[in-house]
Each structure stands twice: as structure tokens, then as C-alpha cells.
Design a protein around this ligand. Structure first.
Ligand code: APR
Length: 248
């Protein structure tokens, strides 16, 4: 049997399926991944652009990066075939939750209703002093006047609602991700290098809880040996093929 058919058949026979996604899942929406040849961290040092200590010292690098790259990408990016396939699996009753490392909000935009954002979201920005929330559009327009952008209420420091390096993940978010991982009998791991912890602990937790793992990723990962299915291909076309098979 071809490997995608075998994976689809396991999905059909599983009762509680959860997806765990990383940057590769959004690559087909035009959002660059972090590692690898054309990865973001090759061009932008994460110790400067994604580290909380650096951000607190001087956030202008981050906001420049937001203005030049993050914001235009967020405006342009649309859910791809992979996002749509996961939303469809949920509608078919074959997906209970999506645990994502991505901060782009594309799973929700595609229609997935139960999304756990382990690393937060870049779609919300808030004031570290008065907690006022801002949309990315509002901050983009403040940035036209001032860098770094101040809070309009209190002049406080603004930050994105993402988890920077040097910060802990939100404990309740992490707890619900672990709960889903332990509850599932099948975990679909998609588009992640599986090298960043604690996120990469999710597949390990699922495996220890007795779930089968399927890894759909362009490149090999350190957890391939413990997976039932490994497909080194693009997420979008693989997931849409799975949905097609399940519907036929
Ligand atoms: N389909 C499937 N996989 C893909 C695709 C695609 N179209 N394009 C790229 N990939 C794979 C790559 O082979 C790579 O292994 O996606 C993976 C992306 O890996 P990373 O860039 O390391 O992204 P991720 O695993 O999500 O990173 C985890 O690191 O810096 C942090 O906070 C950031 O959440 C991120 C975390």
C-alpha cells in the first residue's frame, strides 16, 4: 500500500487525533521557516531579533524587523492547502485539536476551532505597562511616527504576544497541549524540525501515552525513528491527498 494510503487508513481507524505543526506548515503560505538554507535565523540573529533580554534593552531591531518583514508577510499570507485540510479533518470529526508552534494565526483563519498556540501570536501586540491591546495595523501606523512604538495611552513599551527566547511558555497553554498529547491515539506532526523544546516534547508525550506518530516534514527529524509513518514531502499536498482518500 502506498504510504499516504496507509497513513489515511490509520487516521480512519483512530479515535482521537491531534495535529502538531511548525513553521514548515506555513511555508506554502509564503512565511519563511526558521532553520535551513533560507531560514529566518540565517539572516536575522535570534539573539537580537527574538530574545527577551535584547528586546528589553533595545526593541528597535525587533520593530524594524516587524515593519520590514513580519507585517508585510502577515498581510499577504493566506491559509494554504495544509491549513485547509486540517480544518476539513476537524469538520469530518477526524481532528480534535491543533497544537502549533506558529504565531501567524493561519490555522484559525482556515477554520480550525481548537488551536493551542504554544509560542503565542504575532497578531496581537500589547502594552507592557497598561496592558492595552493593539492590532498589527495599529502598531504599523504608530511605527510611521516613532521607533520603537510607544503605547498611545501611557507611552509604555509595546511587545508582541509571542514567547521570546529566554521566556517560559505560558503554563496553562503548555498544560493543555500536554493534555491533548496524552489523550490522543494518533499525532500528526507536520512541518517542524523538532529541535526546539519544550514544544518538541509534545510528540514524545504522545508516544509515551501510547499514540501512533506520523511525521510529515520536508527534511528528516530527530524523532523519525519513533514514528509509524514518515513522509518527507510538502505538507499541503500530502494533507490534501489524505483528506481526498478519506472522502473517497
Ligand atoms: N512542508 C513540510 N515541511 C516543510 C515545508 C513544507 N512545505 N517547508 C519546510 N519544511 C520543514 C523543514 O524541512 C524543517 O524541518 O519544516 C521544518 C521547519 O523547521 P524550523 O524552521 O526549525 O521550524 P519549527 O520547527 O517550527 O521551529 C520551532 O523555533 O525559533 C523557534 O519559535 C520558533 O516556533 C519556532 C521554533
Amino acid at each position: 500500500m502506498d504510504i499516504i494510503k496507509a497513513l489515511a487508513s490509520d487516521i480512519k481507524n483512530s479515535e482521537y487525533i491531534v495535529a502538531f505543526t511548525g513553521a514548515g506548515h506555513s511555508a506554502e503560505s509564503g512565511i519563511p521557516t526558521y532553520r535551513g538554507e533560507s531560514g529566518l535565523w540565517g539572516k536575522y540573529d535570534p539573539n537580537i531579533y527574538a530574545n527577551i533580554n535584547y528586546f528589553m534593552q533595545d526593541s528597535s531591531y525587533y520593530w524594524n524587523f516587524f515593519r520590514e518583514l513580519r507585517y508585510p508577510l502577515l498581510l499577504k499570507a493566506k491559509p494554504n492547502l495544509g491549513h485547509l485540510a486540517l480544518a476539513e479533518l476537524e469538520t469530518m470529526g477526524k481532528l480534535e485539536a491543533v497544537i502549533t508552534q506558529n504565531i501567524d494565526g493561519l490555522h484559525q483563519e482556515a477554520g480550525s476551532s481548537s488551536v493551542i498556540e504554544l509560542h503565542g501570536t504575532s497578531r496581537v501586540i500589547y502594552c507592557m505597562n497598561c496592558a492595552q491591546d493593539y492590532s498589527v495595523d495599529e502598531v504599523f501606523s504608530i511605527l510611521e511616527e516613532k521607533l520603537p512604538p510607544p503605547c498611545r495611552n501611557c507611552q509604555g513599551k509595546l511587545r508582541p504576544a509571542v514567547v521570546f527566547f529566554g521566556e517560559s511558555l505560558d503554563p496553562l497553554t503548555l498544560q493543555s497541549a500536554y493534555e491533548e498529547a496524552r489523550k490522543c491515539d494518533f499525532l500528526l506532526v507536520i512541518g517542524s524540525s523538532l529541535v526546539v523544546y519544550p514544544a518538541a516534547d509534545i510528540p514524545l508525550q504522545a508516544k509515551h501515552g501510547g499514540a501512533k506518530l506520523a511525521i510529515i516534514n520536508k527534511d528528516p527529524t530527530p524523532l523519525d525513528d519513533m514514528a509509524h509513518h514518515v513522509i518527507n514531502d510538502e505538507a499541503g499536498k500530502t494533507l490534501s491527498r489524505i483528506v481526498q482518500i478519506l472522502k473517497s
